[in-house]
Design a protein around this ligand. Sequence first.
Ligand code: ATP
Ligand code: MG
Length: 283
Amino acid sequence: MIKIAIQKSGRLFDESIKLLKECGLSIDNGKGQLKAQVRNFPAEILYLRNSDIPFYVEQGIADLAIIGQNVVAEKEVQIEELLTLGFSKCRLSIATPRNTSYHSITDLQGKRIATSYPATLKQYLEKNKVDAAIHLINGSVEIAPSIGLADAICDLVSSGSTLFKNNLIENEVIFKSQAALYGNKDALDKKKTDVEQLVFRMSSVIRARQYKYILFNIPNKSIDAASAILPGLKSPTIVPLIEDDWSSLHSVIKNDDTWDIIDQLKQVGAQGILISDMSKIVV
Ligand code: ATP
Ligand code: MG
């Protein structure tokens, strides 16, 4: 039986549940619940506070957890990162008010910085030999400068719109984060079979999210030109069409390349281009 910790409510909750379900785990949604048995896999889901999860994994209360890399870095725990998950991307950044000048980190010497991430900030300041006062605030860090509580903040940023609304400029990115799967060291050993099975499923789902399936029709004389445009997992599959001198090509492409590839394929005569999502890629 593996115990998997996820955030009980907050930014990571929906994506964590979705990922576990796509891995075939049948779970009752956690709202208001503390734990839930998985009906079709030897696992139990623990719904916990984000900031508590790293300790629970370190102590072996949970065997696995889905959590932001930033939280693990902040708590300075000894747990294993098994897989990055591609969601909840954000960065921990230092920002200062728009109306103050900022040239480099040494401008923060002797200043007050408000943050919910004191350990990560302290490490960064020490590395840069800057001595500043760190003020721990647990929420709404971005208002600290405007109410006179701090000269700068260090907070999580994703789009930057919260900083913008509060007249703050992002000056230093000190840590880049995304959600990841972590494991307790002993559990990885003792519960190896179940853990490996879940990691295998999760990596197949995560990999599939990074790619699209593409298929299109192409005159036979242009197959080489079209194949050269497709940097798939392997070389494309070619299926002859009933219509003479035409074939259908199938391949897999990276999400980010989709529109570029469509444009290029049209130029070499591709027709009927279909792009679709995949739910798993097993390699
Ligand atoms: P708790 O569950 O203990 O209340 P929390 O208040 O830190 O934790 P959330 O605000 O839901 O929880 O954030 C959870 C995680 O989502 C963060 O630790 C971070 O990894 C990620 N995240 C992604 N983008 C952002 C963002 N713009 N602001 C804050 N967190 C973000
Ligand atoms: Mg919270």
